[in-house]
Design a binder for this molecule. Structure first.
Ligand code: SF4
Length: 370
């Protein structure tokens, strides 16, 4: 499999990494077959976390491939924010993984700046990493997170992390555009290695697997972590990686136009629908993205789509944050007003007037009924 360099760490990673979360769901023998097949086919990056199944994912990895430890780069994560908690978490992870060292140790999911600061404060989890590094138990400091990247952006701006991992896909790029537009360039500028995850938006893009993987692999990331819990899925993902060619800008634009998940509802943030009075509906839609990833459009989709939307729309638990920011937005529009004159400005066919009313009903919390 093709390899790319992970920033200043100098590690050469296969472009597809093995995400350990879904190992929770498969029996240990199948997990072993999957992991060993991945390594046999040239994969060399395996990641997991202490909290995945409370150690079950780590234990399956340890049992399956610890005898091949020198063949791959290994990562685990902690959600403990204190020195003591993170040290205990790492010790347990090493035991579960049957190894004496991890290559990357992730501080996982600081959503807010306050949480990010807690990690870096005296007595915080970063001290645990420094201690583990001196003892040869962890090599590089890494940070990971989902959804709007405020916490991880602060972390990259204020600490020399070696590696960042976050979600990149053609759907959430319109809900959390900062990840691609701000965070990724910042990492490249600082030599921070970048790992991608969630290329399928937690499974929501299941109808478009190849374009979704190609899209994310076309970004300047070192490796894309995929959760593969079936052999046919593993084979499919490896084949896409083996035949990978970068997506041209025109292909991306075509994907934004035609992808069924984006349809005539998800705002592509082209910023062309500004009103004569300066009102910018897309600022409201960005907060709708934070609220529920613009998944609910108050229509009744097919049962599969509905079930996925219900499972995933609040996956990052950022509803309150979105409502709070909506409260502070200067121009949020009036749901009783008719904005349909703006519809013609949207080349993606979005009914701006209808969408503004739906967004208001989600975000205002004032009892407005769409
Ligand atoms: S014109 Fe359409 S896609 Fe562009 S910002 Fe407005 S609603 Fe979004």
């Amino acid at each position: 499999m093709k390899k790319r360099t992970l920033g200043k760490t100098g590690l050469e990673l296969s472009i597809i990494g093995y995400g350990g979360f879904h190992l929770i769901e498969v029996p240990r023998k199948e997990a072993s077959n999957l992991l060993n097949t991945y390594l046999d086919r040239g994969g060399n990056y395996i990641e997991t976390a202490a909290q995945y199944g409370d150690g079950i994912s780590e234990r399956k990895i340890g049992e399956a491939v610890s005898h091949r430890r020198d063949e791959f780069v290994l990562t685990t994560k902690t959600v403990d924010r204190t020195r003591q908690g993170a040290l205990a978490s790492l010790e347990r992870s090493l035991k579960n993984l049957r190894t004496d060292r991890v290559d990357l140790f992730f501080m996982h999911e600081p959503q807010t700046v306050e949480e990010a600061k807690q990690i870096l404060a005296p007595g915080g989890a970063m001290e645990a990493f420094e201690e583990a590094k001196k003892a040869g138990k962890a090599r590089f400091a890494a940070i990971s997170g989902h959804g709007r990247p405020a916490g991880i952006q602060y972390s990259i701006e204020n600490h020399l992390y070696d590696v960042l991992m976050t979600g990149f896909n053609y759907f959430d790029r319109f809900n959390f555009p900062q990840a691609e537009e701000e965070l990724l360039p910042l990492c490249l500028e600082r030599g921070v290695g970048v790992l991608g995850m969630k290329a399928l938006a937690d499974g929501y893009l299941y109808r478009n697997v190849e374009p979704a993987i190609r899209y994310t692999l076309s970004l300047p990331i070192a490796s894309l972590v995929l959760g593969m819990n079936r052999l046919d899925q593993l084979e499919q993902d490896l084949a896409i990686a083996e035949n990978f060619t970068p997506m041209a800008e025109e292909e991306k634009e075509e994907l934004y136009r035609s992808a069924p998940e984006l349809g005539r509802y998800v705002c592509r943030q082209c910023k062309k629908c500004r009103g004569a009075d300066g009102f910018a509906p897309y600022e409201v839609f960005l907060l709708e993205g934070l609220f529920d990833r613009q998944m609910s459009d108050y229509s009744v989709p097919d049962p599969q789509t509905y079930a996925l939307q219900e499972r995933l729309k609040h996956w990052f638990d950022q509803k309150d944050w979105a409502r709070n920011e909506y409260g502070k937005l200067k121009q949020k529009g009036d749901p009783e007003r008719d904005y349909s004159a703006l519809n013609i400005l949207c080349s993606y066919g979005i009914d701006v007037d209808r969408k503004l009313k739906i967004a208001h009903s989600k975000l205002a919390g004032d009892g407005y009924l769409f």
